[in-house]
Design a binder for this molecule. Sequence first.
Ligand code: ATR
Length: 279
Amino acid sequence: MRNNIGVIGHPINHSLSPVFQQAALDYLDNKNIFEKWDVHPEKLEEKINSFRKESFIASCVTLPHKQNVIALIDDVSDSAKAIGAVNWIYNKNNKLLGDNTDSSGFIRSLTEKYKFLPKDKTALVFGAGGASRAIIYGLIKSRVKKIILCNRNYDKAHIVSRELSTSKVKIEPILYNRDSLANYAPYTDIIINTTSLGMAGGPAPMTSPITSELISSKTFGYDIVYSPLITPFIKEFEKSGAEYGTGLSMLLYQGVEGLEKALNIKAPINVMQKALDAL
Ligand code: ATR
């Protein structure tokens, strides 16, 4: 059996999803191969249409397709609608349903792996792209008290604030400079990096959006960048003696959530974690 479950992206070679998803399928004695589909944007519609068959199970969606698939599928979940991005497509009764498990995966990583409970906490989020929207949506669903949003382009932070703030949780955009950060960072419960700063091969691999003197040892740090595992941002938390979580865990849990919804099973998290650890 083939072509029933996999991941679409372009490029796709770097994707780690097949590694831990295949380990889960094998453990579950599911005979499918979790495939890597390299889909050029011009071929996206054709690929999505090829999913329209009874045997199709699900596809993980990665860059650059997370927004563009929305117009091509039949329905999107509330989270995907609010975030404006889809990272999983499931076959539900022969309809293609788009979902976003980056937000729920992030929250599960935070609460299940790191035992950090966001309810009634204040959060400082760096970045205002798609990943930031997913994290913010998850934090709001988990009933944080307040979100401070810091982005180089202030206008983008303002737009995210306008679109995602609720009557209960306000998102306050702040300027991306040291003085502005000094008023918030030392007093916040959790700081999350959703920018590409620190990412190997990215625009600024050696840079952290914040330095240790603005980080309290009581603040939890979380970087969604997972390559390298210990990013410049995480190093600043180490310097402050603060605890932290790494992005590989969010990658794992978005996959755990996606597989559970795709197959209607409980995912073997330890098996999936071990497959990632072995890399
Ligand atoms: P994604 O959808 O994965 O979140 P994105 O939409 O490209 O990716 O967003 C990248 C984020 O990293 C943005 O918040 C971006 O800030 P701007 O909105 O100001 O562009 C941030 N970012 C990227 N390079 C940066 C840099 N050198 N300094 C500060 N922020 C940076």
